[in-house]
Design a protein around this ligand. Structure first.
Ligand SMILES: O=C(O)CCC(=O)C(=O)O
Length: 404
């Protein structure tokens, strides 16, 4: 990290020049708010309407809620999750007529979706890696059954936006390793300005899987450094071993439950975190989209900068997706609503997803700066939309963070 800045909100002069008034949120933040409120609307459409309302999030949201307003819905696609072998099978060596070992040119353009399934394609073209059939089949099914039972008591996460309470379009539960950590979570940790009251200790099955995930992720991190960084750990990436000491379990009950475009909060994970996401039950599409036009440098993990559309990874039962360093800083992810699902024999149309995370001791809440109102800040990466558009952001802001 180049700098770790605790930033006061920017101010600007009022028109008569007598006083300061706070500067507005960035377009990115406004779009993220709108996307969470209206997950069914395309991002580009949200941006158009936001611009038409001169950047006023509340007015934009009101218009989108109004039944009489012309309602721009997402383009519908036949959303059956297709099987795919490998992109490499699409490139043929002219001389031998055999599939070529060369990297194919990818066709993910703005507004288009590229589907990737093969682990090697995913590793080459996204900031993630995937392991299919991670657990022995019986163990995966038993964990799924246990978590389906747990999920009956999960709640939708909710937060306040203006005068409205907004709730997430799926339910979740939060798990830590011990009673001590559970108590600490209740006493010290804040999320979006509030607290999580329902904190649970890992079930015996989640605990057993945690050890295996931890070992696999630590090996995958080393492998990624070798294959994507010329065996040199990137300087922003944590140097201590990755430890799965917290887990969010998400439940998507049916094809319409989803999560909008977002990045995971860095406050307790710190910069460049690795997150391990284990999927159980019905297959859903996990989508990735770049958030910045960073120019790649040879030593960093910026797979395929030419991909400007979204990438969709179908995540089947018993698959472990590892979101490597740079995923949270340079990409957004979502689980889109689905039109059709192929029911899973144990869970039907329900998907369970466990995201194991490493809450780092250096980012314990006792070190989090507080706002004047007493609520701890949220750690965010510095971006500047104007500079991103000019392609200057990478040089000037890369590795800079602030508390908001
Ligand atoms: O369900 C998933 O695969 C993604 C979950 C997610 O994005 C999150 O927990 O932040």
């Amino acid at each position: 990290m180049d700098a770790f800045v605790t930033k006061k909100p920017k101010k600007r002069k009022t028109s008569d020049g007598t006083a300061d008034e706070p500067l507005e949120e960035s377009t990115d933040v406004k779009l993220a708010i709108l996307a969470s409120l209206h997950p069914e609307i395309e991002q580009e459409m949200l941006l158009d309407i936001l611009l038409a309302h001169e950047g006023d999030v509340q007015a934009t949201s009101e218009i989108l809620k109004s039944p009489s307003a012309p309602r721009p819905v997402k383009k519908t696609t036949k959303n059956t999750i297709a099987g795919q072998t490998s992109l490499r099978s699409f490139t043929i060596d002219q001389s031998s007529g055999e599939p070529s070992s060369k990297k194919p040119k990818l066709l993910s353009k703005k507004g288009q979706t590229l589907y990737l399934y093969d682990p090697q394609d995913i590793s080459e073209h996204t900031p993630c890696s995937i392991i299919h059939n991670f657990l022995p089949a019986q163990e995966a099914n038993e964990l799924l059954s246990e978590l389906l039972e747990e999920s009956k008591t999960f709640q939708k996460a909710s937060f306040k936006l203006f005068d409205t309470i907004v709730s997430s379009p799926h339910t979740s539960g939060f798990y830590v390793g011990s009673q001590k950590e559970l108590q600490e979570q209740k006493d010290d940790y804040h999320y979006n300005g509030g607290r999580i009251t329902d904190v649970r200790t890992l079930t015996p099955k989640l605990e057993a899987v945690r050890a295996r995930v931890q070992e696999t992720v630590n090996s995958a991190i080393q492998e990624r450094i070798r294959t994507h960084h010329g065996s040199q750990k990137p300087r922003c990436q944590p140097s201590e071993p990755w430890c799965a000491n917290a887990a969010f379990v998400n439940c998507y009950n049916g094809p319409q439950e989803s999560v909008g475009w977002h990045t995971d909060q860095l406050t307790y994970l710190g910069p460049h975190p690795t997150i391990a996401s284990f999927s159980l039950g019905v297959t859903r599409e996990f989508r990735l989209r770049r958030t910045s036009s960073f120019l790649p440098s040879s030593s960093d993990d910026h797979p395929n900068p030419n991909l400007t559309g979204q990438i969709s990874l179908p995540l089947p039962h018993n698959s472990l997706l590892i979101m490597h360093s740079t995923t949270q800083e340079e990409w957004k992810h979502s689980v889109s609503p689905s039109q059709t699902l192929t029911p899973h024999p144990v869970s039907g149309n329900t998907r369970i997803n466990v995201t194991y995370r490493h809450y780092r001791s250096q980012f314990h809440p006792k070190y989090t700066p507080k706002c004047h109102c007493g609520v701890p800040g949220v750690l965010r990466v510095v971006t500047n939309d104007a500079k991103v558009a000019e392609g200057r952001e990478r040089k000037e802001n890369w590795g800079r963070y602030f508390y908001m």
